[in-house]
Design a protein around this ligand. Sequence first.
Ligand code: SN0
Length: 323
Amino acid sequence: MKQFTNVNDIENIHDLINEALLIKRNPYAFSELGKNKTLGLIFLNASLRTRLSTQKAAMNLGMHVMVMNIDKEGWALEMEDGAIMNGSTVEHVKDAAAVVGQYCDIIGIRCFPSLKNKEEDYSENVLLKFMTYCKVPVVSLESATLHPLQSFADVITIKENWKKVEKPKVVLTWAPHVKSLPQAVANSFAEWLCKVDADFVITHPKGYELSRKFTKGAKIIYNQEEALEDADFVYVKNWSCYTDYGKMIPQEKDWMLTNEKLKITNEAKVMHCLPVRRNVELSDEVLDGKKSLVLEQANNRLYAAQTILKKIIEFNFLPFGED
Ligand code: SN0
């Protein structure tokens, strides 16, 4: 694998999930693979799971890791080509990315959307600029529109919790929130779920339609109760509007997932990428109950990251690299 920014960077999703499960059984099997290689983790936004799981994944492969919260600890970055930098930005992304690329063999980068300018966010301006100028393989640690490491961990978790032959019904349900959040987790989950063998349904209030680019193949049902019927997995996530970009539409109905709402499901397991606003997005009773997979998902972030780093090292740095 040359780089990892979305589901299309992988060759075969089923092989990749199986490889992650093997790594999970024996996480130190490749502890020399990344020897003398340095991973740089660059954050333009907050992180807990992504930062620690990716760092640990690299350490399990014998890599060195450097982390920088560039938004807080670095110089203010200029993103615009040809800008006359006589304002508050100090360093152009061209220069900063090129410098970081000289110190690192692989770079992971987290960049968030503005949620103000749809065209700019959906062009993945920041991620693409960084990739162009750093000149080393890049792993997305959540971009403006996608969160592929999270989705990879999510499909690993579904696979582990689904032992039956027939395909599971997986429902992505919109949840309430107190502020506008990116569509990245939902876009990415949809993109990955459309590639695995599942009956995939998305439910959300009218106006919260995601970009069709990522949901092609999914069934959209506006009625949450109808969508939840016989579900085997319910993935809970808030996102702000894609059409009326970045906006929130007040809801009369309460979309928070509760045990009461889960009664109609097939004893569904409940998923959320975390961080979660308890008793806004999801009730305590669900999160702390037996149906919750949130900690398993967080644990699988490690094996998702480790599998991706392993594939990138093998392709880019080993002679006759294959993935
Ligand atoms: C992020 C998101 O994309 O929704 C990260 C998810 C992995 N979540 C948040 O920014 C939550 C912020 C909040 O105030 O609850």
